[in-house]
Design a protein around this ligand. Structure first.
Ligand code: FAD
Ligand code: SF4
Ligand code: SF4
Length: 655
């Protein structure tokens, strides 16, 4: 409602795409609805293709994606969202890089340099502009004319590797320069193994590299080579995807004491099995995913330093979960609901023994003889300021001391941009990221593009993957000097009754995937396991099938109101035209039909408007189809909406 009026939109293809909220919210537009429904139908290979087509990190995302799709899933309006991420994992365990029956989607033939599709099949609504099928089909047509330029990708995290994947598919000579000894970025250096198996990361990256990109590790931009020297070596475009891996400082007294460690630094060293000394009384400061990962890793770190090749090493991989032996406190200044770490991860941390304290801010770190002995905190509570805004205030006299020999600071991260020199002509933002055009990811110097965390600050994996896709398409346009347009097609098809959600779908609760028993968890063991087949099918059949639309043919309606009465969620209403407002599209429809504007409609109780609008609140429609069944004159049909995008290139310049 907008005041006394209903805000109304005319249904069109854009509207129908937005109704499939999970797909619309996914940064790479994964057809989540499609693969969830495919699982419910037992059609697992198609389901996997839908998950993989737009995402070279499908298996990684099946484990650890932050799942923006679940945050908006329409089933969440009824009870709890569909477990979209866990269902993706179920598919990947059958056909992803971790599976014996792995389905590879594209390859570079031994005798050629350009990739070809192994699976020419993009089922469901998965043929979007991010899809490898869409990209390769479009690229194949112009391969003979394409200029095979050299492209440098700096940083082998999900953004850089996704760009390399798409650039290789398009036939470019791609070299990836990575500062660390292994590729993967934060997947490998940040996310702990108990959430994401190293072998799975290696396999997924291996699949990407098989498409033809060359990887050079231990190759740091700014250490031995610069952007200028890359250009001199013939790289015609450069994608910078170096992430945000520098820990932010707290800026409080005592931060220089021995025993203060920064969360990313700690996780990187734990993941690379490098030495770091930790005590048994640990305080972690921060409420984001990094702080929680650091706290849980602390519980798994071996008791003592282990000698390995003469080097002190924490035995992160083999350390058993040391319930009770090491006390790990997490201090966060806000409330639990305000923590940026995903709720399920916070829950798991607490169940493993992490002691969570909210509403506490660090005051100063205490020490003796140069070493940490504790941390003094102060209580924070929320209050309303003079202008009615919610603010946080310090509670006077609420100081409290936590004894500690290790303090881990996980309060944020930023980028190291020391490799950018003045003569490079690259503009930075006040936030310390590389300034880019958000549409193309072009930086301010010609031929330089940037994406992922280095351009937008810390975000999530799937957004980095999206940036990789965007950069690859922009680099292609930059190098070929040609334009590409996206042609969109949409169709509707009346569905058979058995395609509507199955009986009892609203009674099924969301179930979390099983967790490894706490007392058997070690540094190596994954905490969350996969659904078994029966549970996966059961969970998938909770889906509301948001691609199905109730399509109304107003010219047949006899205004009986049967559909309005029968709808179990009161989604439908018939209202006078003076009760609705909308955009230009609505105005055009009203003008065409009634020859007057909405504004000119007669108003008030006694006036009769020339027509009635059937309006629908989509938020709770469960696609049950009762309205269509009830209608005596067949006004309402239940129709499946599908769409595809095709990339059409203007003729490329021949080199
Ligand atoms: C502890 C932690 C846990 C996380 N958990 C999740 C999660 O569960 N789910 C989720 O979706 N997201 C998670 N994220 C966020 C996610 O990992 C990042 O958003 C994502 O990895 C960013 O990708 P990127 O490619 O931009 O950068 P990165 O992954 O940071 O990769 C950048 C790469 O560039 C390299 N590099 C840096 N400087 C140079 C240089 N000068 N020359 C050459 N190479 C260089 C780095 O070594 C690194 O390999 C987590 C992040 C952290 C830190
Ligand atoms: S109910 Fe199904 S189709 Fe609708 S948003 Fe959720 S997963 Fe997607
Ligand atoms: S499909 Fe079911 S929930 Fe949706 S409008 Fe019709 S009767 Fe209501």
């Amino acid at each position: 409602m907008n005041g006394e009026k209903y805000q109304v939109e005319i249904i069109d293809a854009g509207y129908c795409r937005r109704m499939i909220a999970c797909q619309d919210a996914c940064p790479v537009h994964t057809d989540a609805r499609g693969y969830v429904n495919a699982i419910a139908d037992g059609n697992y290979d198609d389901g996997y293709l839908m998950a993989r087509d737009p995402n070279p990190f499908a298996s990684v995302c099946g484990r650890v994606c932050n799942a923006p799709c679940e945050a908006v899933c329409r089933r969440g309006n009824i009870d709890s969202p569909i477990s979209i991420r866990a269902l993706k994992r179920f598919l990947c365990e059958r056909y992803g890089v971790e599976a014996e029956e792995h389905i590879r989607i594209a390859e570079v033939p031994a005798e050629g340099w350009s990739a070809r599709l192994l699976v020419r099949h993009a089922p469901g609504n998965s043929r979007t502009s991010e899809s490898v099928n869409t990209l390769l089909r479009a690229s194949e047509k112009r391969m003979p004319a394409i200029k095979r330029a050299k492209v440098a990708v700096v940083g082998a995290g999900p953004a850089g590797l996704s760009a390399a994947h798409d650039l290789a598919v398009q036939g470019y000579k791609v070299t990836i320069f990575e500062a660390a000894p292994s590729p993967g970025g934060m997947l490998f250096l940040g996310i702990p193994e108990y959430r994401l198996l190293r072998d799975l990361i290696r396999r997924e990256i291996g699949d990407i590299l098989k498409l033809g990109a060359e990887l050079r590790v231990n190759a740091r931009l700014g250490g031995g080579f610069t952007l200028r020297t890359l250009r001199e070596e013939g790289y015609e475009a450069i994608f910078i995807a170096t992430g945000a891996y520098v820990d932010q400082r707290l800026g409080i007294d005592g931060e220089q004491l021995q025993g203060v460690i920064y969360a990313l630094d700690f996780l990187r060293r734990a993941n690379l099995e490098e030495g770091v000394e930790v005590g048994n009384r640990v305080v972690v400061i921060g409420g984001g995913g990094t702080a929680i990962d650091a706290a849980r890793t602390m519980l798994r770190v071996g008791e003592a330093l282990v000698e390995k090749d003469g080097t002190a090493t924490i035995d992160a991989a083999r350390g058993a979960l040391r319930l009770g032996a090491r006390k790990v406190h997490v201090l966060y200044r806000g409330t639990r609901q305000e923590m940026r770490a995903p709720e399920e991860e916070v829950e798991d941390a607490v169940s493993e023994g992490v002691l969570l304290h909210t509403g506490l801010a660090p005051g100063r770190i205490l020490g003796d003889g140069g070493k940490v002995t504790g941390i003094e905190t102060i209580r924070i509570q929320s209050a309303i300021d003079e202008e009615g805004r919610r603010v946080r205030v310090v509670v006077p006299g609420s100081e409290q001391v936590f004894q500690a020999d290790t303090v881990i600071v996980g309060v944020g991260q930023e980028s190291d941009l020391s490799f950018i020199l003045e003569q490079d002509g690259i503009r930075l933002t006040p936030e310390g990221t590389i300034a880019v055009d958000p549409e193309t990811l072009a930086a301010s110097a010609p031929g330089i593009f940037a994406g992922g965390d280095v351009a937008f600050g810390p975000r999530i994996i799937i957004e980095a993957v999206r940036d990789g896709h965007t950069a690859a398409r922009s680099i292609d346009r930059y190098l070929q000097k040609g334009e590409v347009s996206i042609v969109r097609r949409a169709t509707f098809r009346e569905v058979a009754p058995q395609e509507l959600p199955p009986e009892g779908w609203l009674d099924k609760p969301r179930r979390r995937p099983p967790l490894y028993p706490i007392d058997e968890r070690t540094g190596l063991s994954e905490v969350e396991l996969a659904y078994d087949e029966a549970t996966a099918v059961d969970q998938a059949s909770r889906c509301l099938k948001c691609h199905i639309q109730t399509v109304f043919n107003g010219s047949l309606c006899i205004l009986c109101g049967g559909c309005v009465d029968i709808c179990p969620w009161s989604c439908l209403k018939m209202v006078n035209l003076d009760k609705i407002v909308g955009d230009q599209q609505l105005e055009a429809v009203i003008q065409a039909r009634y020859g007057m504007s909405l504004q000119d409609m007669p108003r008030g109780e006694q006036s009769l408007t020339p027509g009635t609008a059937m309006i629908k609140d989509e938020s709770r429609c469960t696609r049950c189809g009762l309205c269509a069944k009830r209608c005596p004159v067949g006004v309402i049909t239940m129709e499946a909406f599908s769409f595809e995008e095709e990339m059409v290139y203007e003729e490329a310049e021949v080199a």
